[in-house]
Design a protein around this ligand. Structure first.
Ligand code: GAR
Length: 200
């Protein structure tokens, strides 16, 4: 029996890392035929880094203060991710906008999760935006990353109801539960897509 080739994932984080955890759990349950070869954070205090230590996953804090500008920071990320041969780069609460050079280096291989039904409520505070708009439905989206913020082609979306009594916290929690379900599924779809692409 031939050993199945595992897809190499790089996960970029800035904070809590609950979406990173859902990816780790899916891999450990063998629902995802992938391995995380590197987790990169732009924040030294990100709890996501503790999750890596707990699960024996290599992680790096890349300090933005050490680079003269955004372009040089992006180049350092490119170099690191190429060294780790990442097949797919998963943004999981990574709160930096990626520059053109980064996106070109990994065209169609960067995906992001956003807590709204894009194209509704892109950018910051999407749950607050949903409440302020009076929307009765919101949700989350996994999409390919292109040069426009929160605008690339959609891979998966799930809806959740917005209740009259919701606060940002209750709505965020309802959406987050769905994020943890659809992000690993979207990654699996990307893996299948890349595998079939390689066969043709
Ligand atoms: C998640 O809700 C994710 O969708 C959001 O940040 C949170 C990170 O949580 N991302 C964005 O808003 C990106 N525009 P986590 O660190 O627990 O995964």
């Amino acid at each position: 029996m031939t050993k199945e080739k595992k897809f190499k994932l790089a996960v970029l984080v800035s904070g809590r890392g609950s979406n990173l955890q859902s990816i780790i759990d899916s891999i450990e349950r063998k629902d995802l035929a992938a391995e995380i070869t590197i987790v990169l954070s732009n924040k030294s205090s990100a709890p996501a880094l503790d999750r890596c230590r707990k699960h024996g996953i290599e992680s790096v804090f890349l300090d933005p203060k050490l680079y003269s500008d955004k372009l040089h920071y992006d180049r350092a990320m490119i170099q690191l991710l190429q060294k780790k041969s990442a097949d797919l780069i998963c943004l999981a609460g990574f709160m930096r906008i990626l520059g053109k050079e980064f996106i070109q280096a990994f065209r169609n291989r960067i995906i992001n999760i956003h807590p709204s039904l894009l194209p509704a409520f892109p950018g910051l505070h999407p749950q607050r935006q949903a409440l302020d708009s009076g929307a009765k439905v919101s949700g989350c989206t996994v999409h390919f990353v292109n040069e426009e913020v929160d605008a690339g082609p959609v891979i998966l979306q799930t809806t959740v109801p917005v209740h009259d009594t919701d606060t940002v916290e209750t709505l965020s929690q309802r959406i987050l539960e769905q994020e943890h379900i659809i992000y690993p599924k979207a990654i699996q779809l990307c893996i299948q897509n890349q595998s079939s692409g390689r066969r043709t």
